[in-house]
Design a protein around this ligand. Structure first.
Ligand SMILES: O=C(O)CCC(=O)C(=O)O
Length: 263
């Protein structure tokens, strides 16, 4: 499921690739993505691309039965808890990201944490491609989950500031311009492989100039120590009406605890 060596790699680098982790779930992932694209939710976006298509949408698992099955019935919760070294795995949200062939738009370098209203040492996203991916797979800056300051969050559509209020962010990095400053990790991936990464790990992706689609499902989890935090504006996802306060655990009726004790 996840080896001790993979757990240690995740803790050290903030990212690990687990070949074949969701191999048996690929058909269901594809079916769920098809349903999501046919019936986008209120957050569905085309990211203002003018060439190709970059569709993304999130927070649909309660209306897409394929996603709910993967979250509840696959080993995802246990893999998440073990990677985070947490007793529990609480589900935060699902995120579908599809780059169609001929889409040059890169995904900007970012950390997910600043967009979210949750923080902790125990967080993990699992990005699972439903197609073979070479150039357009996720790229990560090893060890960036330990950076003291977080990267300025930007709108994916136009790179403008995501929050109106100023905060002491670190500038968006450009590891390709300064390759000696950071170690970039990336892997060619097969359908059902998964990269696991901390919400604080800096990552981005190239455009998809390959002839095949690049469909992916990201599942986001938090562990025992994760707590609600106020951000300087509306977060992404926003979860309107959540009614949580600084320092609270995420409410379990909206964010289900899928595993409460690692066996
Ligand atoms: O699929 C992509 O291009 C970006 C994915 C991502 O940033 C994420 O899953 O957090």
């Amino acid at each position: 499921m996840i080896t001790q060596a993979q757990i240690e790699t995740f803790q050290r680098d903030g990212v690990v690739m687990i070949p074949g982790a969701f191999r048996d779930w690929v058909d269901l992932i594809r079916d769920g993505i098809d349903r999501n694209m046919a019936e986008p939710g209120e957050y569905g976006s085309e990211n203002s691309v003018t060439e190709g298509r970059f569709f993304d949408d999130y927070c649909n698992w309660t209306r897409i039965p394929e996603f709910e099955r993967i979250i509840r019935e696959s080993a995802a919760g246990e893999i998440a808890a073990r990677a985070m070294k947490s007793n529990s795995a609480q589900f935060f949200h699902d995120h579908v990201l599809v780059k169609e062939p001929g889409t040059p738009k890169p995904t900007p370098w970012h950390q997910d944490g600043p967009y979210y209203f949750v923080e902790g040492e125990q967080t993990v996203s699992m990005w699972i491609p439903a197609d073979p991916v070479k150039e357009a797979s996720l790229r990560f800056i090893a060890g960036s989950h330990r950076w003291e300051r977080m990267i300025r969050p930007v709108s994916w559509a136009d790179d403008s500031d995501f929050y109106d209020k100023k905060q002491d962010w670190t500038p968006v990095p450009d590891p390709d311009a300064n390759p000696e400053d950071s170690k970039v990790l990336e892997w060619p991936m097969e359908p059902g492989d998964a990269v696991l990464f901390d919400f604080r790990t800096a990552h981005g992706a190239r455009g998809n100039l390959q002839p095949n689609r690049r469909r992916a499902l990201s599942l986001r989890w938090v562990g025992d120590d994760a707590r609600y935090v106020e951000r300087p504006g509306r977060t992404s996802p926003p979860f309107p009406g959540h009614d949580m306060k600084q320092g609270q655990k995420l409410r379990e009726d909206w964010f289900p605890v899928i595993l409460d004790k690692v066996g």
